[in-house]
Design a protein around this ligand. Structure first.
Ligand SMILES: [Zn+2]
Ligand SMILES: [Zn+2]
Length: 240
């Protein structure tokens, strides 16, 4: 029965690119033009934080950015599928603020692809939580929508209720220092038994300054987490 209903839905709503509506072969996939418009992060990149390197570089076996080489990385490792620019923002903003939750499909697939070179030993997948007030207003946590298919693909459990986030006004357009100050103390572990000894893969839509991941890591490690990793759809890459 479900099969026939799916066929009917496919007939009534043929698969279309979620960004431009041109026909595609599979529901939720991007068309070739939109796919090529996104700046996907390829190699070479920092083995630890996933920061992409552009231009001609000569690397040893383990390419590392100056931040990670100095031992100052936010997490044990981070991967992002693409660079935060006009093209990815065109997908991100409607997904996050405009109810375009169908974008979760291609975004999460790209994030799973971004994890391909990692031997994942995480025990749980944890979306970065939203404050309740925001969750109520938006109706969904975009990070949870991305985390669910990732957890399924790597075969580990989701953990969505162990950390709570206090409401703070938006971080938009603040500099990195202000972002760190604004996020300090917003997260609290409410269920330490689900955190202690666990290796946790954090999921978020975008990584800007790294302040959110750094603060999540701080509270998780303090609550006894064994390791904290991160994956995002896109990340800010400074080209200077
Ligand atoms: Zn398209
Ligand atoms: Zn790095």
């Amino acid at each position: 029965m479900v099969k026939y209903i799916n066929k009917l839905i496919e007939f009534l709503f043929p698969p279309a690119c979620p960004l431009c509506d041109s026909p595609v072969s599979i529901h939720g996939e991007l068309c070739a033009d939109c796919w090529m418009g996104i700046n996907w992060i390829e190699n070479p990149k920092c083995l630890k934080c996933g920061y992409p390197f552009y231009g001609d570089f000569e690397f040893e076996d383990t390419p590392m950015c100056p931040v990670c080489a100095a031992g100052k990385s936010e997490l044990d490792w981070i991967r992002s599928a693409c660079v935060y620019d006009d093209a990815s923002r065109n997908a991100m903003l409607p997904f996050k603020h405009g109810g375009r939750i169908k974008y979760a499909r291609f975004m999460s697939r790209a994030m799973i692809w971004a994890l391909r070179d990692i031997d994942i030993d995480a025990d749980v997948v944890m979306p970065v939580p939203l404050a309740r007030r925001r969750l109520f207003k938006r109706g969904y946590n975009q990070a949870t929508l991305l985390a669910r298919p990732i957890a399924k693909a790597i075969g580990i459990k989701m953990n969505i209720d162990s950390v709570r986030r206090k409401y703070r006004s938006d971080m938009g357009h603040k500099n990195p220092k202000q972002r760190y100050e604004n996020i300090r103390g917003v997260f609290s572990v409410v269920n330490p038994n689900n955190v202690r000894g666990k290796r946790i893969l954090l999921v978020d839509d975008v990584m800007t300054s790294g302040a959110t991941f750094t603060e999540m890591r701080r509270v998780l490690i303090r609550a006894g987490a064994a390791a904290v990793y991160g994956v995002t759809f896109c990340r800010v890459v400074r080209t200077t």
